[in-house]
Design a protein around this ligand. Structure first.
Ligand code: FEO
Length: 390
């Protein structure tokens, strides 16, 4: 296990989790990485750590450069377990003091027990030799205690979860990757982790804009050096709720009636020249749905009625969306029912709680859509498409 030098005297010493397929409920078909960074100077500094089961891999990479006992300081930008659960072992091996924000110290103590720690203040600078580190608090990106660490002079920003991707690869830099695939992974990450915190992303941007940036080094995935401006602009667009003229139809179905409604609606959207994506929830992971939600101007959610409520997979995604709050988008509700309804009302309430505007009347069909019922679904899709066409 070797370290990778990413700038003069700065090494990536993280761990590759090739087989991670679920990150607290978020499907990660391409695995992930936990990025830690070693800075060699008069005082050697480790930026973040890795998930505890991956400590041996990280330590082997550190040992390929220096004896771990030569690490003087550990900066913990974020207390979540994927970056900090290795800290107790790391402190035992190195004896190094942990630096974190005030709330970081609190969270680390409550999560991992006794650690030797010191609080750093927002915008505090620390000289470690020829380099100076600046600690920049970025609350809610991703947790209240989170911060970035900027290396003054080198132009390296350790941005923790921000700009990350759940993407395990042997390459370390953006320009070694397929740019479309990389942006898609960054978007999926944003949609499932950062989406509720658009205002906080904009505040974090205000604190770092204007800083010379040569390397943007997140805690997951590859580092940005060739496309820094593109990923920063993408983040600002997502933070502002920028969407495309595009409709997403998600649904589930027991006997195919709601599915027929979804497909007829898609025909209606398509008839107006507006792109549409259809996803059946039984067959689609919620994280893939959220990636489409991020782009789409309208989210149409359909369910058959089951036990006077939503089908369980629809309840799952609407609950997930209530947490991620994709506001600034329009919602539409549809579904088939048999003897008694209930699903549409429940979806309607959930989408309102998720922050969606619901300008279209709910579309319900009793039992199977046939003839005129199918026509109503096509017309419903066309109406939605026309309402967002510029
Ligand atoms: Fe990668 Fe919020 O932890």
């Amino acid at each position: 296990m070797e370290a990778v030098e990413i700038a003069d005297g700065i090494y990536w010493v993280g761990a590759l989790d090739w087989n991670c397929r679920s990150f607290h409920g978020f499907a990660t078909p391409r695995g992930t990485s936990y990025n830690a960074y070693l800075l060699l100077d008069e005082r050697n500094v480790l930026i973040d750590s890795v998930k505890a089961p991956f400590m041996e891999e990280m330590m082997a990479r550190v040992r390929s450069v220096i004896d771990p006992r030569e690490i003087d300081l550990i900066v913990s930008n974020h207390a979540e377990g994927d970056h900090a659960s290795g800290l107790p072992m790391l402190q035992e091996l190195t004896g190094a003091e942990v630096l974190a924000s005030k709330r970081g110290v609190e969270a680390l103590a409550l999560n991992y027990g006794r650690l030797r720690m010191r609080e750093v203040a927002d915008m505090e600078e620390l000289r470690i030799g020829r380099r100076t580190l600046r600690f920049i608090e970025t609350p809610m990106v991703h947790w209240p205690e989170s911060m970035f660490t900027y290396v003054v002079g080198d132009g390296v920003l350790f941005s923790m979860d921000a700009f990350g991707q759940h993407y395990c690869t042997s390459q370390r830099f953006d320009d070694q990757m397929d740019p479309g695939q990389l942006l898609e992974e960054a978007a999926t990450y944003y949609a499932n982790i950062v989406l509720p915190f658009g205002a906080q992303v904009k505040r974090a941007y205000e604190k770092v804009k204007g800083l010379p940036l040569r390397l943007l080094a997140p805690s997951h995935g590859v580092l940005w050096r060739a496309h820094i401006e593109e990923i920063v602009q993408a983040y600002l667009g997502w933070a502002e709720g920028r969407t495309e003229e595009r409709v997403l139809i998600i649904y589930d179905t027991m006997w195919g009636s709601t599915e027929r409604m979804a497909l007829a609606m898609a025909e209606g959207v398509r008839s107006q020249g507006v792109p549409v994506v259809v996803m059946r929830l039984t067959d689609t992971d919620r994280s893939m749905v959220m990636r489409e939600v991020l782009r789409s101007r309208v989210i149409a959610v359909g369910s058959c009625t089951m036990n006077n409520g939503m089908y369980p997979t629809v309840a799952d995604i609407t609950t997930y969306m209530m947490g991620l709050r994709p506001k600034g988008r329009k919602g539409a509700v549809f579904g088939s029912y048999g003897w008694g309804g209930g699903a549409s009302k429940a979806i309607h309430e959930s989408l309102e709680s998720a922050g969606l505007e619901l300008p279209y009347p709910d579309l319900e069909i009793r039992f199977a859509p046939m003839g005129e019922g199918v026509d109503r679904c096509v017309e419903y899709g066309a109406t939605i498409a026309k309402s967002i066409k510029s």
